[in-house]
Design a protein around this ligand. Sequence first.
Ligand code: ADP
Ligand code: MG
Length: 317
Amino acid sequence: MEEKHHQLLGLTAPILSARVFYPSLLEAPTAGVLWTMPPRFSRMNILHKDARVRAERIVAPDYGEKDPIFEVNHLSLDYPGGRSHPVVEILNDVSFRVERGHALTLVGPSGSGKSSLLRCLNRLVEPTSGTVRFNGYDIRSFDPRELRRRVALVMQTPVMFEGTVRDNLCIRPAGVSGDFSENRLVATLDEVGLESTLVDREAATLSGGEKQRVTIARALLRDPQALLLDEPTSALDPPNALLVVETISRLRASRALSIVAVTHQPDLVRRLGGGLLYLRKGRVEAFHSLEGSDTVLDARLQAFLAGENIASGGGRT
Ligand code: ADP
Ligand code: MG
């Protein structure tokens, strides 16, 4: 079946897998979106048939400067489980705020719900109960496409589409306006520390760190107010990871971006500043403000900042 699709669409395997990532990468799922692609992808138009999503297309309200960028209240998330546990509790009564232009880092054992929580912030996952407010408004009142433009997700593994860096930067849903001129592409590459000559390079030939910086540039071209980073450096070797850490922390300051990050890198956390939240079994177990006192009261956060690995250690068991 997959093979048949492959032939039908004339796509290469990486592109097929990239298709799977479209919703999280760009901004779908939305109703009837026609994607603007480089010409060779023109058969890849994605038409979402979910009528429920269609019904939710509400005009995005504007925001009040005084509101925090994110306000999460009593968020809980269940996934359907197996026979013995029909419901698996993933997040339980999670509440926090992220001030505009500031950062929050989520840490905790693997499986503790960090990625799920991040995805609740731009409606890639719908919580079972509780609310997420963005700029003072319940995120359910936004057009999901518009929300995902404003709240861009960068994942652990950079997803590159077939074609040049330029193709990869310009990819967007049809009808999405914005400045995708050569000057802006080059300026945005410069912002993420990449040479202008890279625009004509085949994206597949880039290093992991360069690819990750192209995905960040792709998000920046849509003028997001917030970035969600899900372990953005975990797939990179230390020198590349450092370059990405430097890029992200520089952008937070230069663009006054609000950032919610999941990372195992203490140096990224320190550079981002803001808050550090420890999640375990879907619950907030500790919080520390990196902008307040230097004394970290929680031993696990202390250990994390000292470089100890807390990725393993019984997320949900
Ligand atoms: P983390 O990012 O902290 O490692 P995740 O948010 O990815 O944690 O996962 C939290 C828990 O939710 C894990 O036990 C995982 O298996 C489970 N989970 C994640 N996505 C789904 C899903 N779509 N359906 C059912 N369970 C899921
Ligand atoms: Mg995760």
